[in-house]
Design a protein around this ligand. Structure first.
Ligand SMILES: [Zn+2]
Length: 198
């Protein structure tokens, strides 16, 4: 029994795709056993009819290609380490990418043009930041927040959760409990955060 594959057919890991006489198998997404080709990942079939090449693409592969060096992203801080922060991002160049998230890192040297002694003086977990992609790695991206327009655009008080008000260049204060915190702020801190709440 022979099933004819079409572009965008959904296949599952381990599924039989055809034989080597029919297709040129892709090394990254298929494997060949005794002349038969099987899928090594789940995804969508991509056929190049001229070269008879078959490979499997995932939505994630496509999403990854969306992100390019120089892109501006919005995301939230997931964790803060001694020399870097990690964040998820979902908005790239003002387009919201639902059901997809990307992982980024910001090294302490890429936070600000000014010296940042402690990373916690610039970012805290749950902050929403705007950053620029400077390097692409396997599954994640290196980001920078140097420059006036980049940095924290929304931050909640770490004591009581109230959105913090801007008091100075890098200073925030909580109107509820009086707590003061530092951040690397974007020039338009909180001006756009309204649009991010839904
Ligand atoms: Zn507070």
């Amino acid at each position: 029994m022979k099933k004819l594959l079409k572009n965008k057919d959904i296949v599952l890991t381990g599924e039989y795709l055809g034989v080597v006489e029919e297709y040129l198998p892709d090394k990254d997404s298929t494997y060949v056993k005794e002349g038969a080709i099987y899928a090594t990942k789940s995804g969508l079939i991509s056929l190049d009819m001229d070269k008879r090449k078959i490979n499997i693409e995932t939505h994630q592969d496509k999403d990854r290609k969306i992100v390019k060096i120089g892109d501006i992203i919005l995301g939230s801080i997931l964790f803060v380490r001694k020399y870097s922060v990690g964040l998820n991002f979902y908005t790239i160049n003002r387009k919201v990418h639902f059901n997809s998230y990307f992982f980024g890192n910001i090294h302490v040297s890429q936070i600000s043009n000014k010296y940042v002694e402690q990373i916690t003086d610039a970012f805290q977990v749950t902050d929403i930041i705007r950053a620029k992609v400077i390097e692409e790695k396997e599954n994640e991206y290196d980001l920078t927040t140097t420059g006036k327009n980049l940095g924290v655009i929304h931050a909640d008080c770490s004591v009581c959760g109230t959105p913090l008000d801007k008091m100075g260049y890098s200073r925030l204060q909580c109107s509820m409990c009086g707590n003061k915190e530092n951040r690397k702020l974007a020039g338009d801190y909180r001006d756009i955060s309204y649009h991010l709440r839904f």
